[in-house]
Design a protein around this ligand. Structure first.
Ligand code: ATP
Length: 232
């Protein structure tokens, strides 16, 4: 593919205190494409998400968003470079109402009305505390700002965690809609089978490194099995 790179991670090391978790990560996401980041529990996928958006500093290497080196920038400045993160657990505020949560990202009332048109159930529950929503509704709430104002890059960490299959299908439909709107997506999932239909490429992470990144068509089930068994 020769589309421009929206995200480029090169030689990134990072961790918590003295414990290094990422041991030199290389990863690239192209404009308008979905890259699925898969790998076992604890491989460092969530940490990599935080390093991209600036929550965890990189001790080595570089992070580029839309071609700009953002390695030294604080999180709020990276948002301006188009990176929007929905963390594991969805990052919503359970003690605020649906409308208050949305207003943090969509201060204009008209934009919130757009969100309610896209997700009518959120409109019906706009005055309810976000913590009282079902898991699926909370995921819709987390996704709604991106659908109203599509970012250059959406990073979404385990969006289907704990959701029933029908709701997962709805979440994936929303991600497809976002890609159609031109948003590139870094989609973190533990298991590979959920992402194959959506992802343009797949990256497999093992103990703090990206072991491989390939176009989805070049990933067969043997490679996946070997990767999870630590052979590849
Ligand atoms: P999971 O699917 O469980 O989230 P993951 O691939 O996203 O797995 P991370 O959550 O990035 O992996 O965790 C990688 C390593 O970093 C683990 O050993 C974890 O215990 C450690 N770790 C994660 N967050 C912190 C933190 N805030 N403080 C200290 N260590 C952490």
């Amino acid at each position: 593919s020769d589309k421009p790179l929206v995200l480029e991670v090169a030689g990134v090391r990072a961790g918590y205190g003295a414990v290094e978790v990422l041991h030199g990560v290389d990863l690239a996401v192209r404009a308008g494409e979905v890259l699925a980041l898969i790998g076992a529990n604890g491989a460092g996928k969530s940490t990599l998400c935080s390093v991209v958006t600036g929550g965890v500093p990189a001790t080595r290497g570089t992070i580029r968003l839309g071609g700009a080196d953002v390695t030294g920038l604080p999180p709020h400045q990276r948002v301006r470079h188009g990176a929007f993160l929905i963390p594991e657990g969805r990052g919503i505020f359970p003690a605020l109402t649906v409308d208050e949560n949305l207003s943090l990202w969509l201060p204009a009332e008209g934009d919130r009305e757009s969100a309610y048109r896209r997700f009518p159930v959120l409109g019906e529950r706009r005055g309810q505390l976000a913590g009282s929503l079902s898991g699926g509704e909370q995921q819709m709430l987390a996704l709604a700002p991106a659908l109203v104002k599509p970012p250059a890059l959406l990073i979404v960490d385990e969006p289907s965690l704990g959701l029933a299959p029908l709701i997962v299908a709805e979440v994936y439909a929303a991600l497809r809609e976002l890609r159609a709107a031109g948003t590139a997506i870094l989609l973190v999932e533990e298991k590979a089978h959920d992402v194959v239909a959506l992802a343009d490429s797949i990256a497999f992470m093992a103990v703090g490194r990206v072991a491989w990144q390939r176009r989805t068509a070049q990933v067969d089930s043997d490679l996946l099995v070997q990767s999870y068994l630590g052979i590849s």
